[in-house]
Every structure is written in C-alpha cells, then in structure tokens.
Design a protein around this ligand. Sequence first.
Ligand SMILES: NC(=O)C1=CN([C@@H]2O[C@H](COP(=O)(O)OP(=O)(O)OC[C@H]3O[C@@H](n4cnc5c(N)ncnc54)[C@H](OP(=O)(O)O)[C@@H]3O)[C@@H](O)[C@H]2O)C=CC1
Ligand SMILES: O=C[C@H](O)[C@@H](O)[C@@H](O)[C@H](O)C(=O)O
Length: 322
Amino acid sequence: MGVAPEVPLGCSGKTIPAIGLGTVADPRVDAETTKAAVHEAIKAGYRHFDTAFAYGSEQPLGEAIAEALSLGLVKSRDEFFITTKLWCTFAERDQIVSAIKMSLKNLQLDYIDMYLIHLPLRLTQQITKTPVPKEAIKPLDIESVWEAMEECQNLGLTKGIGVSNFSCKMLAHLLSFAKIPPAVNQVELNPFWRQKKLREFCKEKGIHITAYSPLGANGTRWGDNRIVGCDVLNEIAKAKGKTTAQVSLRWVYEQGASMIPKSFNKERMRQNLDIFDWCLTEEESHKINQLPQRKGSTLTSIFGPHDFLLEIEAELEQDSEA
Ligand SMILES: NC(=O)C1=CN([C@@H]2O[C@H](COP(=O)(O)OP(=O)(O)OC[C@H]3O[C@@H](n4cnc5c(N)ncnc54)[C@H](OP(=O)(O)O)[C@@H]3O)[C@@H](O)[C@H]2O)C=CC1
Ligand SMILES: O=C[C@H](O)[C@@H](O)[C@@H](O)[C@H](O)C(=O)O
C-alpha cells in the first residue's frame, strides 16, 4: 500500500486512504500533464485518486494506473482507491449504469472504489457556456437516482457509493429510504470552512467525509490564498517547522476526514503526504477553530445566480455554522 494511513469508512468495516490526489487542474492542462502528475504521485506513494467524468481526467488517470501496473510500480489494482463521480447530465434513473460504464472504460478499470453523485442537481444539457440557462437546472429525483446507484454497487461496478455536496437535510432524506446508505459525502472542508454541523451529523450516521479544496484551492478560479497566506496558520507552521499547507491538511486529518489535495508539482505533492507523524496541540487547534468562515467554491459561481442554486447554497452554508 501507499504511504498514507487508512481511515475507517464510517461503520462499514472498510477503510479509505487518508489522503488522495485531486485531479482537477485550473487552468485545465492536457492529458499528458495529468498522466505525468499521476505517475509522479504513484511514485511518491499516493494510491487514492479523485476524479470525475466532468473533469476530463478519467482517461489520463486510467492510463497512468495501467502503466504503473504494467511497470510493476504497483503490484495489483486492489492497492488503488479510485473515486469518480456521476455528472449531472446523467443523473437520471435509466442513464446511471451506462454512465458508470463509461467512466470504467475511461479509467480502464473493472470496478470503481467509490462512485459519488457529483452535485445535488440534474442538468438537462451539457454545459457549453456559463451561466447555464435556468431551465437546464433541475432538482434531482434522488429516490430513483439512488436506486440506480445501488444497482451499480449490486452489479459489482463499484465497491461503494456516496454523494458530494450534500447537506445534512439532503442526507437525512436519503437515509430515510436508502437500502445501501451513502458511504461518503465529499465536501469542501478546511480551516476556513469547518463544516461543524455536517461533521457531527455524518459521524452520528456513519457517513465518512472526504475533504475537497483542503488547501482552499490556492491558485484556482474557485479558490484563493486564504489558507496558504493565513497568518495564524503560518505562525503555527513556523513553530513546528512545517508549511501552512501542511498545517491545514493536518487539521483536516485530525477531524477524521480523508482529503484529496491537488498538486501536480513533484515537491508539493510529496510535502502534502508528510503530515502523519506529528500533531497539532490543543491550543493550535483552538486557534484554527476561531478562524472566520468563508466558503470557496459555490454553485452559483459555477452555473449562474439562479434561485434554486441559491436555496441549495443557503442549506449547505447552515452546515458550517459554529
Ligand atoms: N466534489 C466536488 O464538487 C469537488 C471536488 N474537488 C476535488 O478535490 C480536489 C482538490 O481540491 P481543489 O479545489 O483542487 O483545491 P486544493 O485545496 O487541493 O488546492 C489545489 C491548489 O493548491 C496548490 N497546492 C497544492 N499543494 C500545495 C502546497 N503544499 N502549498 C501551496 N500550494 C499548494 C495547487 O497547485 P500545484 O498543483 O501547483 O501544487 C493547486 O493550485 C480537486 O482536484 C478535485 O479532485 C474539488 C472541488 C469540488
Ligand atoms: O463543469 C463544471 C465543473 O466540472 C465543476 O462542477 C467541477 O469542476 C467542480 O467544481 C469540482 O471540481 O468538482
């Protein structure tokens, strides 16, 4: 296995590597660059990778995995933990099994480890430009969509199923009818978006949280340097001989979540793995827990300022209240 410890996947008895590599580059990069970054990450010890149909990174990730297996860098497919996501244009009962099969083909895999509903909404058309027209954004028929997600797991196309960007309220509704409960909710989680309510709810219900944008998406269009440039985190980092990025990732790990920081830079991807043999003191955690809350990526910034999206955002924001 890789160098990252495994953390429990809720109460399932299964585990997930505590850290994985995110694969969305912004600005977007070509497939060869993504493939080369994944190759470097595998050499550094990463075994958990996060992708999505929408990212366009499934194919280069699949190629890098196939190459690592054929070179003997990794002995068996089972050593990897691969998450991918159902895109909103396929979020309908009768399209989901073919959507996962498409992702499997892109990834050159027989099964996925974790298949997530990417967002709590459906799109009736591909996004060609933003803002997306209001009439193209529809609510998710979660009961029938989840039934198809369960079918994916029952068919052996994925080992686990879960969701992404779901609120406590959405999860409670899902749990009320799910035959297979969601194993994961992948959400933004970092020292500036601490998701206290959501973390407590998920802990109680046995739903594992995976943190996206654990570094505040530094340098991307949907993020900024509020984490890597934060004086409080910087002070803690200096005292420990670490970087602010490492302090942020360590804080996420100490909340029991797994995380998927993206770095396509050889040194930084290695730096991000080096967070497991030291810890934050109570005082340091206390300081972090006082930082002002500010969410990075929002649905309205991706799709446009539509009322339905504003309602979802308001619901998601309640879950990060202190
Ligand atoms: N489910 C969802 O809706 C979402 C999922 N995601 C997933 O989560 C992943 C990670 O989230 P993302 O939003 O990309 O943001 P991150 O918080 O992981 O930040 C990534 C940015 O930080 C930089 N960076 C990485 N390591 C360091 C470091 N040690 N010091 C300073 N800067 C660093 C990277 O640049 P560089 O490469 O140059 O190092 C990159 O620009 C995505 O790639 C994607 O897989 C993301 C958003 C939404
Ligand atoms: O086209 C839209 C994009 O795929 C967007 O929804 C995602 O990139 C999301 O921000 C994520 O990173 O998961």
